[in-house]
Design a protein around this ligand. Structure first.
Ligand code: GLA
Length: 749
């Protein structure tokens, strides 16, 4: 495992436990992609690099008689524009003389133990000594450009990350017009593309479609990774399912504009290009400067989509999220947003805290509305000092009250935003990101701060510091409630405007980094109108992200399932909210709401003063259950149980402990039926030879169906072999009523 270079054959072998990646230095130093797939025990796969003259595909000058050796048809390791490769390029550079032709050739390489990392971009952290990295320098003599391709191999986790650094080694200035992190050419395959589209309050809906002979682009030009297209795509075999078939995942670790481009070329070869989006990007690279691209987390699974998801869950949990919170038991949160919106004062907040504590909640989060002149969404953003007319006891008074009750305390910020009606805007109107000759585009009555400017970042940091130093705060909810538009910085000059969108993201990262370094014990939950910035870049700083502003359990089934294709449940902010739900008006039993919310960082988002005694009792029970299953849910292996057919009737998923000693099955019926089919599931990931006993059943079902004549086959104490549960399956009781749900805890006996 790890990285090897065969000097004779000129082939690099990057091997993980269950995958192998090969790069060949072809004739003339052309860097070719030879293989990515199941391990082949370092067999040199470059024999697959077929040379065919396809016509209208040019040849390198020095090999002009070798008509099959064409940049247009051979699988390239990093594609560039202008020198005969007509497929989607990863890199386009305008040089000093205006030329945009690039012809990169191998120069040298280094194999490094461990990994180097960026100081300005998030990265996959090295864990103990498992990482090895390869740096290949490519050089274009005429352009005076060196491109370093970086590969970090996380062998035991089946992950390889890729990025590139573009260095101007010429005596002139050049301009990057496109600088993607990677490209990958996959040959001899017919594949499907899976991506996760959506909108506000309906994020990450999984969509799967067969690739056709065109370019498919999944991306965002909103300045953030967006609700609309997550920077994560999967390419998989046409027939791949949960447990079988080859799949490749590409997850860009970046929170701004992005583009995931997939092309099927004339010969059926698939090219994947992933990186920063092109629309609002140009970058002037002066002599001696280098540009770093964000990392792409790649994984390969020969065992279907389920394994691919679990590979991502592990690497994100253990190597992406801040390590301080890996083993930290996240408190059960109650957040006041859906309980009060802007309408609260210190009395009502204290009453809510008291009622929440009675229910067993562990942390109170004070959401939007505590600062500046913030009584609605027209004013206050940018003024991070307490609204004394609402909270005369100040944040410290509220935090102290929480502490007195035994609750931790968290606070909402939206650091990158500003209202026209704010002291910050009155004092610094130039801090806003906008073309000064135009009226700004407004969204939710707010504008975006110019985070590309260090003095803006510093101003917000100092304001936040004042608040964080003044009270015992153990959590921040970091929100971002609009897309960017009018992207223009008065500080960037005419030439620098194409850099602002990326510099904005770097500014945000620098603020997050500074807050993290100054307050390592404060956990940050990311948020952007719910899940508008749910990406691995943010997860590097914020180990959990509010998954969606849609807190309704039945809609959440799809949102959370889509999210968990790439991201572990430990990152998914998920709360029980009131019924009828505020977003779609649906009524769902409290047990069903909790079963769905438990597959995330569990909490409540309602006014606890309005709960009945029975509901309070139920919540106490739910919190006890969740805390008991905490490690199993957060660190266990996640399995999607329902398939595309059963999903019309119910959604089921499970968690299995790493040592297979316990499992938790969850099932929600979304389409109750008369004279119903028996909900039938096959469990996954158990030890076939072990015996599992049903230890607990938690369910929304209070009564048996009338006159069903059904003899229940499940009950606490029943036991089955792992093989029986996985191959024979489990027949559950028919479920009646409104969105019934069941959660079954199994332990190995
Ligand atoms: C966003 C968040 C919500 C809440 C509001 C407050 O929409 O996603 O949870 O914090 O902002 O304005």
């Amino acid at each position: 495992m790890g990285i090897k270079f065969d000097d004779k054959r000129k082939v690099f072998f990057l091997t993980t436990q269950n995958s192998e990646y090969q790069i060949a230095i072809g004739d003339g130093g052309v860097l070719l992609h030879a293989y990515y797939g199941k391990p082949v025990c370092a067999a040199d796969m470059s024999y697959l690099l077929a040379e065919i003259d396809r016509g209208f595909s040019g040849n390198y000058y020095e090999m002009r008689d070798r008509r099959g050796f064409s940049p247009d048809t051979l699988p390239q390791e990093y594609s560039t524009f202008g020198a005969g490769d007509y497929r989607v390029p990863a890199l386009v550079v305008e040089q000093d003389n205006g030329s945009r032709t690039l012809d990169l050739r191998y120069k040298e390489h280094r194999i490094v133990q461990g990994r180097r990392h960026s100081e300005i971009l998030p990265y996959v952290r090295e864990n103990s000594d498992e990482t090895e990295s390869l740096e290949i320098d490519l050089f274009d003599e005429v352009a005076g450009l060196t491109v370093t391709l970086i590969y970090n191999v996380f062998a035991s986790k089946d992950v390889i990350t890729r990025s590139s650094v573009i260095a101007n080694t010429s005596g002139n200035t050049c301009r990057l017009l496109k600088a993607a992190s990677m490209s990958l050419d996959i040959t001899y395959k017919k594949m499907d593309l899976i991506h996760f589209h959506g909108r506000h309050a309906m994020e990450r809906q999984m969509e799967r479609s067969p690739l056709t002979h065109d370019v498919h682009m999944v991306g965002s030009s909103r300045g953030t990774s967006s609700h609309h297209n997550n920077p994560f795509v999967i390419l998989c075999d046409r027939g791949a399912g949960e447990d079988y078939g080859e799949c490749y995942g590409f997850m860009l670790m970046y929170s701004g504009n992005h583009a995931q481009e997939v092309e099927v070329d004339q010969s059926g070869s698939i090219r994947m290009v992933s990186g920063i989006g092109r629309e609002d990007f140009t970058w002037k690279l002066y002599m001696g400067e280098a540009f770093e691209t964000p990392e792409v987390i790649m994984t390969y699974s020969s065992r279907g989509l389920g394994q691919l998801s679990r590979n991502y869950h592990r690497i994100i949990r253990e190597n992406v999220c801040p390590p301080e919170f890996n083993d930290y038991k996240r408190p059960v949160i109650i957040n006041n947003w859906e309980g009060t919106y802007f309408g609260f004062d210190d009395n009502s907040i204290k009453e809510m805290m008291y009622a929440a504590r009675q229910c067993g909640c562990e942390m109170f989060v004070l959401d939007d509305g505590w600062f500046g002149k913030r009584d609605d969404d027209n004013s206050g953003l940018g003024d991070w000092y307490v609204n004394m007319s609402k909270l005369p006891c100040g944040i410290s008074g509220i935090a102290d009250y929480a502490e007195g009750l035994g609750l931790k305390f968290g606070l909402w910020f939206e650091p990158e935003m500003i209202n026209e009606d704010s002291d910050l805007f009155r004092e610094h109107p130039d801090y806003v990101l906008r073309d000064p000759d135009r009226k700004p585009v407004m969204a939710r009555n707010q504008m975006v701060l110019d985070m590309s400017r260090p003095e803006v970042v510093e101003n917000i940091f100092c304001q936040m510091k004042e608040v964080l130093d003044g009270a015992d705060i153990s959590y921040i909810k970091w929100d971002f409630n609009r897309s960017l538009s009018n992207v223009y910085s008065v500080a960037a000059g005419r030439e620098g405007q194409g850099e602002v969108a990326h510099r904005f993201v770097l500014g945000t990262y620098s603020l997050l980094k500074k807050i993290r370094e100054t307050y390592p014990g404060i956990m940050i939950e990311g948020c952007s109108g719910g899940g508008g910035r749910f990406d691995a870049g943010m997860l590097f700083y914020t180990p959990q992200i509010w998954c969606s502003d849609n807190s309704e359990a039945i809609n959440r089934l799809r949102i959370q399932e889509g999210t968990c294709y790439g991201y572990p449940v430990s990152t998914v902010g998920s709360h029980v909210s009131a019924s009828p739900n505020h977003q779609n008006g649906r009524e769902v039993p409290i047990a069903t709401r909790a079963i769905v919310a438990m597959s995330g960082t569990f909490g409540y988002e309602l006014d606890p003063r309005e709960l009945t005694e029975d509901e309070k009792e139920e919540i106490r029970k739910q919190i006890d259950l969740y805390n008991g299953y905490y490690s199993l849910i957060q660190n266990g292996d996640y399995f999607r149980i329902s398939d595309e057919y059963s999903r019309e009737y119910f959604t089921a998923w499970s968690f299995v402990a790493g040592d297979k000693t316990e499992a938790l099955l969850n099932l929600v019926v979304t389409d109750v039926r008369a004279n119903p089919e028996i909900p039938f599931v096959k469990l996954k990931g158990l030890d076939p030879l072990a015996r599992y006993r049903i230890d607990n059943i938690y369910s929304s079902i209070k009564e048996k169906p009338p006159e069903s004549g059904f003899r229940s086959m499940i009950g606490v104490g029943n036991s089955y072999s792992g093989a029986a549960l996985m191959n024979g399956g489990l027949a559950l009781d028919p479920m009646y009523g409104v969105y019934p749900a069941i959660q079954i805890h199994l332990i190995k006996v």
